[in-house]
Design a protein around this ligand. Structure first.
Ligand SMILES: Nc1ncnc2c1ncn2[C@@H]1O[C@H](COP(=O)(O)OP(=O)(O)O)[C@@H](O)[C@H]1O
Ligand SMILES: [Mg+2]
Length: 246
């Protein structure tokens, strides 16, 4: 069964066509790195997959069933597709464990004690058992992002979307977040990862996609796309990321 199938997805903002027909199949266990210049529609694509943005046309299917046609099913879709944002998007008035518990309480209707136990396990998994009662303002960027990952995991998603999860971090904090994502990869989690960490993408992704002009301009294995790109646009993009070492 195809976990995620996207067919002919388009999205405009006013006259600006950001996505012009995206077709994508993702099998369980695949890890897609999504690359593209700033403004190429990477975030818009992820946001359309869990309907934080409404696509103009096209379909999104989970396990071969079309989703997103009815407003009433969107909560369930967002539970199945977890998202981690560049800017963490934690609730500032809740502790770390409060952030992780929130969806368990409001969406999954866990009783409080069970939500707390489950949230504690998720925080331990990302190495933050000792920060459960700390508010986001007193966490480092890397810790905040790990709380956000724990929050996404608590919903038992079938698919994880990461939108530049390390782009807002000081360089010395990037590694701790990439290590958590690497561990999830080793567990066989299915993920779509927008990143400029090309070395990480090379080693962790099973497939690399390069977006340009609102379409998938080139895709293939990390070796194909990152070492032997066939398209000029892909080559030019990689040349601008010279710090990239495999
Ligand atoms: N809510 C919005 N309203 C209007 N324009 C938007 C909105 N979101 C994104 N855009 C525009 O769509 C284009 C793609 O944005 P985005 O998906 O954020 O690109 P990327 O993540 O690849 O940098 C950009 O030109 C951006 O300005
Ligand atoms: Mg973006």
């Amino acid at each position: 069964m195809t976990l995620l199938r996207v067919v002919g997805l388009t999205k405009k903002f006013g006259p600006h066509a950001v996505l012009r027909g995206i077709d994508l199949d993702v099998q369980p266990g695949e890890r897609l790195a999504i690359l593209g210049a700033s403004g190429s529609g990477k975030s818009t694509l992820l946001r359309c997959l869990n309907f934080m943005e409404m696509p103009d046309s096209g379909t999104v299917m989970l396990d071969d069933k079309v989703v997103g046609r009815r407003e009433s099913e969107l909560v369930r879709v967002r539970q199945r597709i977890g998202m981690v944002f560049q800017q963490f998007n934690l609730f500032p008035h809740m502790t770390a464990i409060g952030n992780v518990m929130e969806g368990l309480r409001t969406v999954r209707r866990f009783p409080k004690a069970e939500a707390r136990a489950r949230a504690g396990k998720e925080l331990a998994r990302v190495g933050l058992a000792d920060k459960a009662e700390t508010y986001p303002a007193h966490l480092s960027g890397g810790q905040k992002q790990r709380v956000a990952i724990a929050r996404a995991l608590a919903m038992d998603p079938e698919l994880l979307l990461f939108d530049e999860p390390t782009s807002a971090l000081d360089p010395e904090l990037v590694g701790e977040v990439l290590n958590v994502i690497r561990a999830l990869a080793e567990e066989g989690r299915t993920m779509l990862l927008v990143t400029h960490e090309l070395g990480f993408a090379y080693h962790v992704a099973t497939r690399v996609i390069f977006l340009a002009d609102g379409t998938i301009h080139e895709q293939g294995t990390p070796d194909e796309v990152l070492k032997h790109p066939t398209k000029e646009r892909t080559r030019a993009f990689l040349a601008r990321h010279k710090e990239f070492s495999l």
